[in-house]
Design a binder for this molecule. Sequence first.
Ligand code: FES
Length: 144
Amino acid sequence: MTKKAARVKTPDNILMALQEAQARSGPLTPEVMAGLAASLGVPSNDVYGVASFYSFLSIRPLGRNVIRVCQSLPCHLKEGQAVIDAIRKALGVGPGRTTEDSRFTFELVNCIGLCDGAPAMLINHDVHTDLTPGKIAGILQKYK
Ligand code: FES
């Protein structure tokens, strides 16, 4: 095995290839994952395993705006569930779903590294911290 081939087959390189593919063409379809597996010389299951593990990778179509709300303990202890309930009520869909108009996809994720501003969420790449149920409608209206 060459040094280059050994480097290509690491999970980090699979992750990087998936991130690039998603940035280029959107959700990771089975065809995209199969193509990446072939080009990296790894089993398709390895690529699917990485794609389905990371919450920032998507193997299904997403709305125009993706809401990722932290559900880990520090956020949960600061009324995170009330924030999640407020988002569910505002959107009319629960976690794991996309609104009928494709405006939002609503996802629950584990810690996003914003614990000092718990409860926290990301909408696309925008950070929203110190959330309360009362702030949710005002935040969501900024996203079309
Ligand atoms: S626990 Fe919620 S951002 Fe870290």
